[in-house]
Design a protein. Structure first.
Length: 293
């Protein structure tokens, strides 16, 4: 059996030429070396390779830890961003609520302005009609004043003696009825002009008042449906009394229409009468129907 040629180990001064590293192939070759080949193979390059692998492994571990730290920071930042986003959504919701409220308030204000404009137009028309009525009444008053002045002048000259040739004006039911009817219309128009929307219309009601003169006590009795005979027989004249809403509403319609609701008389009416001056005052409250007493 032929002997193997002896292989002497290289001296320390021997410089081996560098070979290109082939990691996979070198590891495979080492794994499959037999005892003789393992004993005779130069392990310098293999040791260097293992050292490089360890360095690379440590480097990868450091890189992995750094990446892990970065991921944890990103996750923490993501949590903060998520919290900020949730807070921003809450702010958006609150802002939306405020905007919706302001929009509703603006729309309500626009409705009130529109109602005010329409009411003002109605007021202008009613006021024009009321001025015409007042003008006609003033014209009648001027005629009456002229007659009174003429009678006073005659009395001063002695042409007419009081109590001898003058008589109390004759009671004419038809004239009294017509005068009362006209005054009721004027009074109703004047009071309805005062019936404008106010916050108190939904709670306690808003006060109204109307004062006027009457041609005679008979017209006053007819206007407020008082019994003439009873009033004339009364020894003690009253100065004020209450009238129920139903009794007062017999004169006509007192309802004023507003947006989404209506206004009407909501309390009993206080009536005051000055027989010497032939003047009266009525007052009460108006509001929405739900607060009517």
């Amino acid at each position: 059996m032929p002997k193997r040629a002896s292989t002497s180990a290289p001296s320390s001064s021997t410089v081996l030429p560098k070979k290109p590293r082939q990691t996979v192939h070198l590891i495979k070759n080492i794994l499959y070396l037999d005892e003789y080949e393992a004993a005779t193979t130069d392990h310098t390059e293999l040791v260097e390779l293992f050292g490089n692998l360890q360095d690379a492994h440590r480097s990868k571990i450091i890189e992995f830890r750094n990446m892990k730290n970065d991921i944890e920071k990103l996750e923490a930042k993501a949590d903060e961003d998520e919290h900020e986003i949730e807070k921003s959504w809450e702010d958006v919701e609150n802002y939306h609520i405020e905007v919706t409220y302001l929009f509703q308030q603006t729309r309500s204000l626009n409705d009130e302005i529109g109602e005010y404009i329409r009411g003002n137009e109605s007021y202008t028309e009613e006021n024009s009609r009321f001025r015409d009525i007042i003008k006609a009444l003033k014209s009648d008053n001027k005629k009456d004043e002229a007659k009174i002045a003429n009678l006073e002048a005659q009395i001063a000259k002695g042409g007419v003696k009081t109590g001898e040739h003058t008589a109390a004006p004759k009671y004419d039911p038809y004239i009294v009825k017509q005068q009362a009817k006209n005054m009721a219309q004027v009074m109703r128009d004047a009071i309805k002009l005062q019936m404008k929307w106010a916050p108190s219309c939904k709670t306690s009601g808003k006060r109204w008042s109307y004062t006027s003169m009457v041609p005679s006590a008979d017209v006053f009795y007819k206007l407020f449906r008082l019994d003439r005979a009873t009033e004339l027989r009364a020894k003690k004249k009253w100065k004020q009394k209450k009238i129920s809403i139903d009794g007062f509403e017999d004169m006509g319609t007192w309802t004023v229409t507003i947006r989404y609701n209506s206004l009407e008389l909501v309390s009993n009416i206080l009536l005051k009468f000055d027989a010497e001056k032939n003047s009266f005052t009525v007052s009460g409250k108006y509001g929405v129907p739900s607060i009517r007493v």
